[in-house]
Design a protein around this ligand. Structure first.
Ligand SMILES: [Zn+2]
Ligand SMILES: [Zn+2]
Length: 292
């Protein structure tokens, strides 16, 4: 059994076969957390989670949806508004028994948005993240962090909001699709976060990085403490090898687990049982019985 801790199986990319995809995953022993990215996808994810045992949801505002220029057809049918984090809206949604976290949210410096300066982009992303994090803390929920090309600032923001992590404290959240350095990973672990690995760990590293003897993402996978890693697909995106290029589904999480097992020289069974236990430790609300 595996838990895909980060997918978007309620997105528009599955509009024709959503129930078939979910049912085939569940029948193969793959449970999932389907992740909200703005107001509509947060509400729709909950609606899907209500239909199935083994499907949970999160609610949150992805950094890209803060800006008007962003639109992804595989995500939502209608052009999204430039959204500011609305604590009242998300605060109501997260009371639902199947909502296990707040996010995805965080800092993404990879993209530029027309008419938005770098300073304005950074400030808006940080304030949306802080609002989401405060809401999660007030409701005793973990956060799902999306961070791209911004780990220094992300870590500083976590330190500012949560402070130091004390042994025995609940896990604070997860860094989804982790692609940072080992040093970043160490700092997140010390701050009480889990690291989620996805399809990117199955992609071949840049030849120049290998030739230069640079640290690779797979080195981080080998280093990470086994009690702090979870698996994900980010479906419909980031399809792992050997299905790269096709639409992703949570079923492919097994290729991610397989890669972790291979890199760490442990069995697939051990990888599956550790990452599943970690997911349940991270998303504490999974352990409360939900009566439909
Ligand atoms: Zn993301
Ligand atoms: Zn995502």
């Amino acid at each position: 059994m595996l838990i895909d801790t980060h997918c978007h199986v309620h997105f528009n990319a599955y509009k024709d076969d959503m129930d078939d995809v979910v049912r085939s995953c569940l029948s193969e022993g793959v449970q999932m957390v389907t992740i909200g990215t703005q107001k509509d996808t947060s509400a729709n994810g909950i609606a899907l989670s209500e239909k199935y045992d083994g499907v949970w949801a999160t609610v949150g505002l992805h950094p890209s949806h803060i800006f008007a220029g962003y639109h992804d057809e595989g995500e939502v049918q209608f052009k999204p508004r430039n959204e500011t984090f609305d604590p009242e809206y998300y605060g109501n949604l997260l009371k639902h028994p199947k909502v296990v976290a707040v996010g995805e949210m965080g800092l993404d410096y990879h993209y530029a948005y027309e008419g938005v300066s770098l300073e304005e982009m950074k400030a808006k992303e940080a304030s949306a993240f802080e609002a989401g994090a405060r809401l999660a803390i007030a409701n005793d929920l973990p956060v799902v962090i999306h961070c791209r090309d911004a780990h220094e600032d992300q870590i500083a923001l976590i330190e500012k909001i949560w402070g130091a992590y004390k042994e025995g404290e609940s896990i604070r959240g997860v860094i989804h699709c982790f692609t940072g350095t080992k040093r970043d990973a160490e700092r997140y672990v010390a701050l009480g976060f889990m690291l989620a690995f996805g399809g990117t760990i199955t992609y071949p590293p840049r030849k120049s990085d290998v030739a230069a003897g640079k640290e690779l993402l797979t080195d981080v996978v080998k280093w990470a403490p086994l009690d702090r890693i979870v698996v994900e697909t980010d479906a419909p995106y980031l399809t792992p090898v050997p299905h790269r290029g096709e639409r992703n589904t949570p079923l492919n999480v097994k290729f991610v687990a397989q890669k972790i097992a291979e890199l760490r020289d442990i069995s697939l069974e051990e990888t599956a049982s550790a990452t599943t236990a970690n997911a349940r430790k991270l998303f504490r609300k999974m352990n409360t019985e939900h009566v439909r």
